[in-house]
Design a protein around this ligand. Sequence first.
Ligand code: GLY
Ligand code: MN
Ligand code: MN
Length: 368
Amino acid sequence: MKERVRKLFERLETPVDALVVANSVEPHLDQSFFYLFDVPSGLFEGSVLVARPDGRIDLLTSPLEAQTAEEAAKGDTSITVHRVERDGTEAQLGKILDGATTVGLNFAELTHGWFTHLEKLRPGTTWVDVSAPIRKVRAVKDREEVERLRRAAEIGSKVGVEIPTLLRRGMTELELAAEIEYRMNRHGASGRSFATIVAFGPHGAEPHYSPGEARLAAGDSIVCDYGAFFRRYASDITRSFHFGRPDPEMHRVHDIVERAQQAALAAVRPGVPGKEVHLAAQRVIDDSPYKGRLIHGVGHTIGLAVHDGWGYNAKVDEPIEEGMVLTVEPGIYLPGKGGVRIEDDIVVTRSGYEMLSTAPRGYLEVAA
Ligand code: GLY
Ligand code: MN
Ligand code: MN
């Protein structure tokens, strides 16, 4: 953990005396807290972490998860756990920050409520937004993070193999979503990494559709976009299927999306501007009869949250780096008819990438 703190301070453009990461209540928790303090369980609402340039951490936590925090910090002399009642957190924080005149904050995830408290607590402090270096450091994973992301992706892959066996005429989107989430948990997930998307027929034309009461009918295309958390790290996988009657057009669409994904993957290697990965997929789709039907960026970085960092679209100059974990997820969306998206999680290696998710991706017609 000391190593992660040091790495972060090395990336700061403006030196600071301390860095404060303050959690509010679910879902307003700053995942950087769990990047800097690797703790297996606990919610840590209202908890605060203060990190110093030499790698030291002061952790303020309530009795609700203090025991877990103390166990996680055991033997690590760089971490001091302060067990405080919720209403005592600010006074303790004020003491810990005594002497710190320039303090870094993650503006991207700190609540305005917390900022107001901090301003009152330490008037005269210079607050520095360190959200950009935090994002960058978190984007490049260490070995332990990659292993957890791999496990999260493996769970998703197992479920991807099972989905075709779950399809029944007349089942609702919500029922299929429930099955997917249940099976992820049975395979070892601590939960879903985002609200599962199951879209039947025309609903598949909307990438971020929320499942409802629509019932599966012969001839429907099916888009399932789901992910698991494994020890706080996320996966994000999409598989698309066809149900019942053959549909030559959706078969063709599926093949084009598969080719677009292969083209995007072939562009992945360290040093390549992110937009090149997107454009490789877009070219395949725009050269087909479905020009313009890729309506989102081709992927995003993933880690302690499903959308953790930034997305890859036609404007991203930032280069891909070794150790980044990202999704590659082209899709074709046909309003009134349906959609196909294929999404996998990869880790960038020295010469290219390694696939973390493995479920079959090809066109599959499941008998009604
Ligand atoms: N799971 C949402 C997405 O792929 O962006
Ligand atoms: Mn995604
Ligand atoms: Mn997804």
